[in-house]
Write a protein that binds this ligand. Structure first.
Ligand SMILES: Cc1ncc(COP(=O)(O)O)c(C=O)c1O
Length: 493
């Protein structure tokens, strides 16, 4: 195949060039018209490339459906897959298509992203968790150990295992070994590779999920490789499952996918095929240099390589200066006009990608150096290094799916013990859900969450006034639990 062609991009731009008089959707009729400000900022070109349907016009060489199929074949070849799909609802959409058809149980690390959890709300089987372990110094979730996964596979015989490669912090598991294990147990292996699309292009980066033997992976091409936000790719090496994925997509995807997003995916693939290695290796080098320079600054700590396998993700902390990650994020934004990807109590995560330049990386280093110099003389105490005793997984009264769709109400966290959770509650660090829908608040979970809140750690899922979502006491879900110290909050008589 000719990787220097971008059939979908070429078909769409050709359609725009011909200037067909459109009596079809969308209503903007391929020009900004009355919406002048949109035209000024977005340009005429964006509208011209935005017909809402796969117009079939083979005589004009604009057979969009055929061109899309060719574009996806080219992507499959580049990423080492049998089949690829372009996605317009991000990696979230791809994970939904992969997991919706699963009937049996699905094994996932507890720290999985909310997109995996929402996919499990759609799946027919129940979720089984590999409990969270994290590095005690950095409070970063660790990948599941091979032995632990082997035991869970033997015990649960799940239909699918979903691993995250890499995690938000750049951590990876022994994926090739885990893929072999999954095969041995007849378990499908799907990889959430939202942050790993660039792995294919540099030997300095970990092997990709497909290279390790996964059945399918989903990559946010928009996160690390330059496509427009929302655009991802699903790569599949299992024909049997691919047919199911296509069916799930029929159910879940809009019937009007943005052709601009699809065309940009195609053109990004073409450029990566020609220059991917050069571009990604440049980003890797830039990331390495940036991390080295940050680590050389006094009181700046950079997460080491054994925890972060991806040099383009720079996780650092100014905790020695008494600054929380959230504070550093705010200072960088307000005083230096720099926005990082993520922060929590200890960490800041800055991403370097194919879109960066030596100048942009140098600006970050300079800004952090400046913050360090400004703060050093204020003499703030280092942040305390808390020892985290993460509570055990709570008992599940209902499956994730059942718990998700019940009637819910907000109550104070302090009164939640014994109630069934209607939502997720996730403290950062370490970014692992304490509880998910359908599980029962234990006194330990309530106590731990209150402790995190007291430290000012962000708790995603907690509403104002320390309230949490629980299922309404409508009587039909009343249960008691075996755990001694757990009392049912309802009248179970
Ligand atoms: C690990 C992980 N998986 C999945 C997703 C969802 O990806 P998308 O935004 O492309 O839907 C994200 C998004 O941040 C993520 O971090």
């Amino acid at each position: 195949m000719n990787q220097n062609e971008a059939p979908f991009w070429e078909a769409l731009t050709a359609y725009a060039r011909v200037g067909v008089l459109p009596f079809h959707t969308p209503g903007h009729k391929l020009r900004p018209g009355a919406f002048a400000r949109l035209g000024e900022v977005l340009g005429e070109g964006l509208f011209a490339l935005d017909p809402s349907d796969m117009v079939e016009a083979p005589e004009l060489d604009h057979d969009f459906l055929k061109a899309l199929a060719q574009a996806e074949e080219l992507a499959a070849e580049l990423f080492g897959a049998r089949r690829s799909l372009f996605l317009v609802n991000g990696t979230t959409g791809g994970l939904h298509y992969l997991l919706m058809p699963v009937k049996g149980s699905v094994l996932i690390p507890r720290f999985s992203h909310q997109a995996v959890y929402s996919a499990l709300v759609l799946a027919q089987g129940r979720a089984v968790y590999l409990p969270a372990a994290f590095d005690s110094q950095w409070l970063i979730p660790l990948p599941p150990a091979v032995e632990e996964v082997a035991q869970a596979l033997a015990r649960e015989q799940p239909e699918a295992l979903v691993l995250t490669h890499p995690t938000y912090y750049g951590t990876v598991s022994s994926l090739a070994e885990l893929a072999q294990l999954a095969k041995r147990y007849g378990t499908l292996l799907f990889v959430d590779e939202a942050h790993g699309g660039h792995f294919r292009f540099s030997p300095a980066l970990p092997a990709t999920g497909l290279e390790c033997g996964a059945d399918a992976v989903v990559q946010s091409t928009h996160k690390t490789l330059g496509a427009l936000t929302q655009s991802s790719m699903l790569h599949c090496n299992n024909d049997f499952w691919y047919a199911k994925v296509v069916q799930a997509r029929q159910v879940l995807q809009t019937t009007s996918p943005s052709l601009v997003l699809l065309a940009v995916l195609d053109e990004v693939r073409r450029v990566l095929a020609l220059q991917g290695r050069e571009l990604v290796e440049r980003a890797v080098e830039l990331g390495r240099r940036c991390a080295r320079e940050l680590a050389a600054l006094p009181n700046v700590e950079v997460v080491p390589e054994h925890l972060n396998a991806d040099p383009t993700r720079i996780v650092f902390s100014l905790r020695e200066l008494g600054l929380t990650g959230k504070e550093v994020e705010r200072i960088l934004r307000v005083d230096y006009n720099i926005q990082v990807e993520l922060s929590d109590y200890y960490h800041v995560l800055a991403l370097i990608s194919v879109g960066d330049t030596p100048e942009s990386a140098a600006r970050l280093v300079q800004a952090v150096g400046d913050v360090v110099a400004r703060r050093a003389h204020l003499g703030r105490e280092p942040l305390p290094r808390y020892k985290v005793e993460f509570p055990d997984l709570p008992p599940a009264a209902l499956s994730l799916r059942e718990g998700f769709f019940q009637d819910k109400e907000e109550i104070p966290l302090a009164e939640a013990a014994g109630r069934i959770s209607g939502g997720f509650l996730t403290p950062y660090p370490p970014g692992v859900p304490l509880i998910v829908p359908g599980e029962v608040f234990t006194p330990e979970i309530v106590e731990y969450a209150l402790w995190c809140a007291g430290l000012g750690w962000s708790l995603r899922g907690m509403a104002a006034e320390q309230k949490v979502l629980v299922l309404k006491e409508n009587g039909s879900l009343c249960r008691t639990y075996g755990k001694e110290n757990l009392v049912c909050a309802r009248d179970c008589s």
